[in-house]
Write a protein that binds this ligand. Sequence first.
Ligand code: CUA
Length: 311
Amino acid sequence: MSIDTSIFGPASPGAEAILRLFGTLTLFSALIFAIVLGVTLYSVIRFRAKPGQGEPRQVFGHTRLEILWTVAPAALILVIGVLSFNTLRVVDPARDGQPPELILTGHQWWWEVRYPQAGFVTANEIHIPVGQPVWIQLESVDVIHDFWVLKLGRKMDAVPGRSNYLRLEADAPGVYVGACAEFCGMQHAWMRLRVIAQTPGEYAAWQQAQAAIPPPPTETVALQGAKRFQELTCVNCHAIRGTGAQANAGPDLTHIASRQTLGAGVLDNTTANLTKWLTNPQAVKPGNQMPHFSLSSTDLSALVAYLETLR
Ligand code: CUA
């Protein structure tokens, strides 16, 4: 799937405000550059030493010029300051004690996405209703990560031991790609995330589906997979609601089959890729926290069949 990530096509009021400020400042810089270059070139040509000519007239102190080159940059900085504060008001508005709709926690190297009111947890994929601002609380369990969804505006650090708050909003339905933007170790490059903006109806349906406990599998191989999931070490790190698996060191797998990617964006979520991941996660994403378990081919296909039922 090709996804447009250009910051020159902003998709939220915050991203639009940032782009507008960027455009204005670039224009200012270009004008200043043109003026300085113009005056320099003029001086070089106009006052070039000619043969037989002595020292030109020396000028010491010029009150009007001194005032001009102090006041003009100060005025310009004031204008830039006002524009910047106006942008901040749009990009980083006051939260006024509003509770966050979701808590996003950075892990090496994936994102935990918790919807506290709706009561479910997912990973690497944030769904929001289109056109409605959503407050996100940003956390980290290990090192500093940084939330950045290119078309939706500002970046924000996820800092261990500290909660940061960010208002996320999308103007149009679609998939907006983001990434961790603070170097956080070996697989920093594969700490992607997606924001999926949906119509209010689709968003409500998605929330309802995520909050539901998946029905136990009916097919034999998948049933065997469900059993093996509980017997093997999977349960030490992962949770699947409605089962004995309750750990939260790794991503919650309750509805893993409904997600678009695996391994925080390293693979598209297909049956073949899930098999590849479970065969040896270290070959796909070296250094990640999921060990290579050398599963038997029977266990492998049973686990894949089971996980594929978790829609
Ligand atoms: Cu997390 Cu870079």
